[in-house]
Structures are given as C-alpha cells and as structure tokens.
Design a protein around this ligand. Structure first.
Ligand code: URA
Length: 225
C-alpha cells in the first residue's frame, strides 16, 4: 500500500520513551489528565525529532572563561505550528516547548460522522474556523494532529494551509497514523515538500473511521468527553 517514495517521506519515532508514552495513551485505563500529559510529552518528542531536519550553523560564543564552539539553528525562528482543534492542543503544547518562537494557527475541523464514511475511507469535512498567520517562503510549517486516520481531515486542512502562501516545507506531527491516511495525504500533495512524523503506524480503520487498535477518540480522552 505504501510505495517507496512515500516511505521516504515518513519518519516513525521509535525512541523507547516515545513508545512507552504511547503505550500509556493506548491503555484504556489512562485517565484524562495523564492522557493529556502524554500528548504533551509526545509533542515535545516529535518536536525534538523534527529539529534534526533543520540546518545547523556552527557558532562561537564567549563563556565567562573564554570562547566555546557551539551551534545555532536559525530556521527555528521561522516555524508555523497549525493546531487542529481540539485534540491537537496538548500536542502543540509539547511542540511549542521545542519551538517557542513559532507563530501559530488554528483550524477547527470535524468529520461529518452522521453522514458516515464513504468508499475510499472518505468523510465529508466541515471546517468552521480558520486562523492561520501569513506563511512565508522561509517558513517550516508543522501541522499537529494526533490521529491521521482516513486522511480526509488532513487533506482539507492542507488545502486551507496552502491557500495562505507557500512555505519552504511542511511536516505533519502525528501520534498514530494509518497507511490509508498517509497514502491519501502524500498522493494528493506529492508536489509539496511534505513529511509525516508519527509515533506509530496502525494498519486498520474500522467502519466508523477509527484507528484500530489506536487509542480511541483522542479529543474525548484528552478533554473528558
Ligand atoms: N480520531 C480519533 O480521535 N481517533 C481515531 O481513531 C480516529 C480519528
């Protein structure tokens, strides 16, 4: 299902810490507070992994005792983080710890679940609010969404984001993704420099459009229903 060119655009964060936090999130016994904290932690881990994509500049600074060689990451000042309400809020909280200077956008989108899932794992998407800062060509855009399930929501969000100007590159920061969602998004935006960072890939989407085993409804679990 995932072609070679797609695999080149996916990064699965296999760090044992990330996997342990994810396991706690998957556990149905994990309550709202710990669930939200877990998403924040994974946002930070995803952010740290994303930093590896940035160009590093060697610099020298003066300590009180003399010169010391070090590095700077200038591109971190040109980051836009887009939060998909509401489940991505804790994920963004973690990402912001790594990219404190990021400009932020929010999009409120929901799958119209009442109309059901159509063939091809398609949902109608209702977007009710979009506030995205101007995007410049030197920017790195990170779209935070914990669950990349069918890809329908992400395709609509990407359409909205691309209307705001073309950035240098785009990343999706996700906790669990499916091959269906990954393939749908990457195919639709093949000409965009887009990579997907995720902590796990689960194969199955059920008839309601939920990831199996997944972790359930991320919004409900993070915000108490
Ligand atoms: N959104 C969720 O919160 N969970 C899923 O499994 C799919 C979409």
């Amino acid at each position: 299902m995932l072609e070679d060119w797609m695999l080149e655009r996916i990064r699965v964060v296999n760090h044992p810490y990330a996997q342990a936090v994810l396991t706690k999130l998957r556990d149905r016994r994990t309550g709202q507070i710990d669930f939200r904290k877990g998403l924040v932690r994974l946002g930070r881990v995803l952010g740290l992994e994303l930093v590896k994509e940035f160009e590093i500049k060697e610099v020298t600074v003066e300590t009180p005792l003399g010169p010391a060689k070090g590095v700077a990451i200038p591109g971190m000042d040109n980051v836009v983080i887009i939060t998909i309400l509401r489940a991505a809020m804790p994920l963004t909280e973690g990402l912001i710890k790594v990219f404190p200077a990021a400009r932020q956008g929010v999009v409120s989108a929901r799958r119209v679940e009442e109309k059901g899932m159509r063939p091809g794992y398609e949902f109608e998407i209702e977007i009710t609010y979009v506030k995205i800062p101007e995007i410049k060509h030197e920017d790195t855009v990170i779209i935070a969404d914990p669950m990349l399930a069918t890809g329908s929501t992400m395709v609509s969000i990407m359409d909205e984001v691309l209307k705001r100007g073309r950035a240098k590159r785009y990343f999706i920061a996700s906790v669990i993704s499916t091959p269906v969602g990954i393939a749908k998004v990457l195919k639709k935006f093949r000409d965009v420099d887009l990579k997907i960072y995720t902590v796990a890939i689960d194969e199955v989407i059920n008839e309601m459009g939920y990831i199996v085993p997944g972790l359930g409804d991320a919004g409900d679990r993070a915000f108490g229903g």
